[in-house]
Design a protein around this ligand. Structure first.
Ligand code: SAM
Length: 452
């Protein structure tokens, strides 16, 4: 829209731009086209647009063939968009994007997020939609220039800080260009910038304890001008050895350490622990015949290396709101690292029944002890990695406490979202879970999610 059209439209729909909603509308059409081109949209893309306003970017995204979910807080603008842009590939949601349930995005194949974010809530919005793990494969955001500089900052610069590291830990941030205040109506007080954010390959950076890392970084930047050795004295024993091992000046301040050095420091304090120890690798499992009768016992490496038939349990835990808890397997697992899986799962041990194994796994992985019911038994096949699986279900109040050495992360999901997710991106899941979910859904129709 040209400036004159924006003024006329706002008059027509009786909207006076509201500062608290960051209502500054883009009126440079060439720039709008250039911005949308940076997202490289195709008809396969599902775009979440935050704050579409009068649709300056929305229209162009639809022209590229993408499906667009436009989330607009201002009811008058949401209604305007529905009426003027009404398009089969556009859904306008009149809500606060901060309240949007991002889990539903997991059921779309290629999700991109685009937005000229309202200034006053841009950092909250960004952090909400950058939460790891996420199905979003690209974020293209117009932000206040100052914030864009902080997100994309390099070590030893004024803008490098806690926010930089927090975002760059999971993402690569590219500062694309400055956008002058003059291209907006009304003209804001400061310039903006466009940033492109891409998720990092989860194996790119060394494994670490993210909570500890965040704690060290927060302390480190709590007094920017102070040397780290003073700020982190309590946490890091033998600071000089840490500095020489990690290759930084012992007198360094927080802003002088690169992301890799920060990770190194966290791992120097406490390396992450993964539970697949030598003892576990030598653990014995029953090897069974095609009727699940025990033939002999073998070690984990033998079982997996030679594709021997064995036994496993999967447990689906439901919240009182009938949402199912899925875990993302730890990056340290020898099988299917970082894949999504049942709430808890594991092998049946040498002297264990299926029921005993289910109770043990649930306690070990989620710290949960609730009554379980058998849902179904799955036959051993290639799709279950040659496991006979007993699938169980149970319900908990509150949240489980995932064992960090086994589980990267986890969350409750509405079963309908899981249905969409397993269909659009089956590669996100451990194969055994896909089989279990199929069986669970066959036994429980889609409109009856409660497990009891
Ligand atoms: N995309 C349009 C453009 O570039 O011309 C408008 C961008 S304007 C900077 C920000 C838009 O976000 C406004 O339409 C405003 O009403 C909307 N908005 C503000 N807060 C919001 C929120 N919490 N959730 C969703 N939309 C919001």
């Amino acid at each position: 829209m040209k400036l004159s059209e924006i003024r006329a439209t706002l008059r027509e729909i009786q909207v006076l731009p509201v500062k608290t909603l960051g209502q500054n509308f883009l009126h440079d059409q060439n720039l709008a086209r250039w911005i949308v081109n940076q997202a490289e949209l195709t008809a396969d893309d599902y775009v979440v647009e935050i704050g579409p306003g009068l649709g300056a970017l929305t229209k162009l995204m639809l022209e590229k063939g993408a499906r667009v979910l436009a989330i607009e807080k201002d009811t008058r603008l949401a209604n305007f968009l529905r009426e003027r842009l009404g398009h089969p590939r556009l859904e306008v949601m009149n809500t606060d994007a901060l309240k949007f349930d991002g889990r539903v995005l997991f059921s779309h194949r290629r999700v991109k997020l685009l937005g000229n974010l309202p200034y006053n809530v841009s950092s909250a919005l960004l952090l909400k939609f950058l939460t790891y793990p996420s199905p979003i494969s690209l974020w293209l955001c117009m932000l206040q220039n100052e914030m864009a500089l902080r997100l994309s900052a390099m070590p030893s610069t004024h803008d490098y800080g806690f926010l930089t590291l927090r975002v760059q830990l999971q993402h690569c941030v590219q500062y694309l260009r400055t956008i002058p205040a003059t291209v907006f109506f009304p003209k804001p007080d400061v310039d903006s910038a466009l940033v492109r954010i891409l998720p990092r390959d989860p194996f790119e950076l060394p494994a670490r304890d993210d909570e500890l890392l965040a704690k060290l970084i927060r302390y480190g930047f709590s007094q920017r001008r102070k040397q780290l050795r003073k700020l982190l004295r309590v946490h890091v024993t033998n600071w000089h050895r840490a500095a020489s091992t990690l290759g930084f000046d012992p007198k360094a301040r927080a802003e002088e350490l690169s992301l890799l050095q920060w990770i190194g420091l966290a791992n120097y304090v406490a390396p992450p622990v993964y539970s697949e120890t030598t003892a576990m690798k030598n653990e014995l499992f029953p090897i069974v015949d095609k009727n699940d009768r025990i033939l002999r016992y073998a070690q984990r490496s033998d079982v997996h290396g030679n594709n021997l038939r064995h036994r496993a349990v999967h447990i689906l835990i439901f919240s009182q709101a009938d949402e199912v808890y899925l875990q993302q397997r730890s990056r340290g697992k020898d099988r299917h690292p970082l894949k999504w899986d049942s709430s808890a799962a594991g092998h049946v041990g040498a002297r264990e029944s299926y029921d005993e194994a289910a109770r043990r796994e649930l306690k070990e992985e989620l710290g949960v002890n609730v009554p379980l019911k058998g849902i179904s038994k799955l036959p051993a096949s290639e799709r279950t990695d040659q496991e006979f699986i007993w699938l169980y279900g149970g319900e908990i109040r509150g949240n489980p406490t995932p064992n960090r050495s086994e589980i990267e992360t986890g969350a409750f999901f509405p079963p309908a979202v899981v249905d969409g997710w397993v269909t659009t991106r089956p590669e996100d899941f451990a194969p055994g879970f896909l089989e279990c979910w199929k069986v669970y859904r066959k036994n429980k129709p889609a409109n009856c999610d409660t497990f009891t």
